[in-house]
Design a binder for this molecule. Sequence first.
Ligand code: 5RP
Length: 224
Amino acid sequence: MAQDDLKRAVAQAAVDRISGHFDGSAVIGVGSGSTADFFIDALSPHRASIGATVASSERSAARLREHGLPLVELNEVQTLPVYVDGADEIDAGLSMIKGGGGALTREKIVAAVADRFICIADASKRVEVLGRFPLPVEVIPMARAYVARQLAAMGGAVRLREGFVTDNGNLILDVHGLTIRDPVGLEQSINQIAGVVTVGLFARRGADLLLLGTPQGVVQFERR
Ligand code: 5RP
């Protein structure tokens, strides 16, 4: 089964799973990336019964608009019952590496507001230990070199994502070669480096539910 078919299947499973919120008033948080794109496509037929959506990137916002889905700013929203997004890696504790698309900061903000985080991913994203996927870190431009030195001291090989500027006007450093056995601890340590906006480790606030697309069907894992 092609990877896109698995992504499409988990996107549809997420829509089925959250359909109880299609009451004309609930706001749905929408993530970023190719799996989130499939989720937006699957949401589209329900546009008349969705109160509004909040997007975690300009790219997702544009796709939501193209589909005629109602879109509001996060600041206009009091409650967000659910946020659906993909991941670059996810472990058994439902901690994630995110930010392959560079939208990690807005993703983390929307995830923080949401009551429930549903991660949708194809089977290739499920790992025993996080770190094979380079860990993205969004940094304020003037702090780039300092933060890179600090990250290198933590054991990673740091590379600037060339030619890339985030939706917030910042840079991304990708940290290669980490073996992340304590995702919560590393998330806290990196967040404390001056100049770091966000680290793409989602461990303190991981997913609550993983819908994993496998060739045998969609398998679900609840956070323990
Ligand atoms: C973007 C993200 C995405 O969720 C992550 O990169 C997964 O993307 P895809 O669904 O295309 O594999 O964190 O910043």
